[in-house]
Design a protein around this ligand. Structure first.
Ligand code: OAD
Length: 255
């Protein structure tokens, strides 16, 4: 398969994932079938304005998502992505991050791997991926609107309305529409995309920035871009290869 050969012979690989990669784990996507919660679009709820207007409603939505994520386990797509990292780093996924174990494991020198995910569910880490840029944050972290402190909170269900020890209201520590992405994370994501020679875009509708721009940047700088999706997206036209189908079925076949 052309994509498989490309992947295995590439040196700087970036995988960009979206909600479709977790769909087979039972985590609802944001758009398309099963994506709507009580008829709200994500753009109606995932905003600072929506939270200001009705924080309980927004928390109810996140509570619903957190409940699903809590019982979800990684699927073959997550494991295949972790395995790609492991192979490129010569033995352990952690070596991709540190670079130090290449010699010891006899892995390929000079190869790099970066996973950029829009997913906030943490399933990539559970599957063993290490060098991950979670550009939209984590569903298990909360931030106080009063003191600004960010902490881990795994309560399911979460107490409505959750409050910080300082008395301030807690919000999910995820990036909402209209908010800036963490500077260091987004710089790293554009850096990796600019230097990639292979980018795999999996399970994202490609309609939310910067995901689309990351893929375009990689393409502009000469990367081979492959897309895996059950449907067509605005990125399909520019991709060098589009593999139609479920990520959990296609990704393991690339190894
Ligand atoms: P979306 O829900 O917008 O898109 C999911 C994509 O995955 C669609 O293109 C589907 O066709 C595809 N898909 C579904 N099941 C699949 C499967 N089994 N295998 C492969 N593809 C599949 O999710 P994202 O693109 O991640 O942000 O959405 C981007 C952002 O919009 C999210 O991070 C979230 C949302 O609002 C915020 O909350 C800020």
């Amino acid at each position: 398969m052309r994509v498989r050969e490309r992947l295995l012979s590439s040196e700087r690989v970036v995988v960009l994932t979206g909600a479709g990669v977790s769909a087979e784990s039972g985590v609802p996507t944001f758009r398309g079938e099963g994506g709507l919660w009580r008829d709200f679009r994500p753009e109606d709820l995932a905003t600072p304005q929506a939270f200001k207007r009705d924080p309980v409603l927004v928390w109810e939505w996140y509570d619903w998502r957190r409940e699903r994520v809590a019982s979800a386990r990684p699927n073959p797509a997550h494991y295949a992505i972790a395995e790609i990292e492991k192979r490129l780093s010569g033995g352990t996924a952690r070596a991709a991050k540190t670079g130090e174990k290449r010699a010891r494991h006899g892995g390929p020198p000079g190869k790099s791997f970066t996973l950029i995910t829009q997913n906030v569910d943490g399933l990539h880490s559970l599957a063993g991926s290490v060098n991950i840029l979670e550009i939209h944050g984590s569903i298990w972290r909360v931030r106080c609107l009063g003191c600004g402190r960010e902490t881990v909170n795994r309560d399911v269900p979460i107490k409505m309305l959750p409050h910080c020890a300082c008395g301030g209201v807690l919000r999910p520590a995820v990036v909402w529409f209209g908010e800036a992405l963490p500077q260091a994370v987004i710089e790293a994501a554009f850096g990796a995309s600019s230097g990639a020679d292979f980018m795999l875009v999996a399970g994202t509708s490609g309609v939310v920035e910067p995901a689309a721009s990351l893929a375009l940047r990689a393409k502009e700088r000469g990367a081979f871009v492959a897309e895996i999706n059950t449907g067509r997206t605005p990125l399909s036209g520019m991709a060098d290869a589009t593999l139609h189908g479920k990520a959990g079925e296609i990704l393991p076949g690339l190894l």
